[in-house]
Ligand binder design. Sequence first.
Ligand SMILES: Cc1ncc(COP(=O)(O)O)c(C=O)c1O
Length: 484
Amino acid sequence: MNKDKLLFEKSTRGSRTLRLGKLDVPPADLSALPAGSLRQKAPMLPEIGELDLVRHYVLLSKKNISITDSFYPLGSCTMKYNPLTNEAIVQNPGLADLHPAEDDGRVQGALRIMKTLADGLAAITGLPGVTLHPAAGAQGELTALLVAHAHFHASGQSQRTKVLIPDSAHGTNPASAVIAGLEAVEIKSGEDGLVDLEDLSSKLGEDTAVLMITNPSTLGLFETNIAKISEMVHAAGGLVYMDGANLNAIMGIARPADFGVDMMHINLHKTFSTPHGGGGPGAGPICVTEALESYLPSPRVVEEENGLRLDYDSPRSIGMLRGWAGNFGVLARAYSYMRRLGAEGIRRVAENAVLNANYLRTQLSDAYHVPYDRMCMHEFVCNNRKQREHGIHALDVAKRLIDLGYHPMTIYFPLVVSEAMMIEPTETESKATLDAFIADMLLIADEAKNNPEKLHAAPVTTPVGRLDEARAVKQPVLRYASSS
Ligand SMILES: Cc1ncc(COP(=O)(O)O)c(C=O)c1O
C-alpha cells in the first residue's frame, strides 16, 4: 500500500493514534487550522491526455544528460555504475511497500538487509559501530561531529571545540562543523597537495576536537602521511574523522581504522551505487570505533536470540537526526551491490577506478597542466594553464564537452587549484570509452589553440546556451502556478 495513503488514513481516522516508531502522533485536527489556510475550492489541475503527458516528460528527459546517455566524468561525485537489477530489487513490494512503523517481527527481511549492510561496512572500514541513519554524506559529517562532541562532553573535555579541516576539503566539512556548534579551522596543503604537517602541528592543542580529513583527498591524492597525522591528532587528545566520499578508491585495499581513523561517513549513493543526480536520494552511514558507538543515533538494528529488532533504548545516544532508521531504498541498493560483488569484487572496483583515472591522467597531461602529476587515486585535477594564453577558461572546456555529448567534469573545485578541472572516470568505463574521451579532450586542446571562438561560443547544441548563473542565484525569478 502507498505509504502516504497509509499515513493519511491512520492520522485522519479520528479515533486512532498513529505510532511512528517510539512517537505517538495524535490524529490530525483540521479544525485547529486558521480558515484562511484551508483550501476553499478544488485545485485547477491541467487536464491532458496520457500520451501528451508521456511525450512532455520524455521530451524533457531527452534534454537532460545522464550516465545512461554518455560518459560522465564529474569529479568528486562518483557518477558510477547503477545496476538496473538494484532497481528491480528495491521496487519489490516486499521492500518498497513496507511502512517504517511496521512491527519488527513482520519486517525481519528488511532488518536483515540493514544488519548485513552495516556488518559489511564495518568490515570494509575496520570500524565496528555503524549507524545507517544519516540521509547524505553531509548529514553523516554532522552526525559524527555531534557524536564527538557528546564523547568530549561526557569525558569532561567540553573545551574541545575546534575542527581542523584541510584547505582542499569539500565545502560540507566546514559547514557541518559550524552547524554542530564547533569552530572550523583551516589547515594548509603543502606544495605536494598533502596536509602540511607543520601547519597541522601548530594548530593542534587542548581545544582540538576533531581533524576532518578526506582520504583520498579531493585532489585525488592518497594522504601518504595519514598514519603519522592520526598519531599527531591522537597525541593531542583529538579524534580523526575521515570524509569517506572517496572510499571507492581504497575499499577492500586499505581499512581506514588501520591508519588511525576513529569515525567516518560513507556516501552509499556514490560508492555503493544509487543514481544520485539532481541532489538525491542519498544515504551517509557513519562507522565509528567501539569507544564512540554508544553515542550513535538511534534506532539501530540489534540481533537477539529471537530475531532482529530496532533498538531505541540507547541512553547516551545523540538522538535522531531524521525520521526512522535510514533511507531504506538506498540501503537496499547498497546491500544488493555489495552482496553481488563480494569482497573480491569490491577490491576490483577500487583497482579499476584507480587504473582508469591514471590512464586518463597520463594521456591528457601533455595537453592539460596537471598540478600534482603523479600516481592519482580514482580522480585527478588538471587546469587551464596551457590554454590560458588563448583566453580559454575551465568553463570554456566544460561547455565544449557538452557539444561533444558529455556531461562536463567538475570545474572550479577544489579551490586550492586555480581553474580546476576535476576528472573522475569511475571503474566501469571501458577502454574504448576512455579513448574516445581522450580524443575529444585533445581535440578541445587543439581548438583552444587554433579556434578559441568555438570554445567561447559553446554550447551550441543545447536548448539554451550559457546562463548567467551568478545572476540567477542573486536575482532569482521565482514563480509558482496559481491554483485559482
Ligand atoms: C569529498 C566530499 N565530501 C562530502 C560530500 C557531501 O556528500 P553529500 O552530497 O552526500 O551530502 C561530497 C559530495 O559530493 C564530497 O565529494
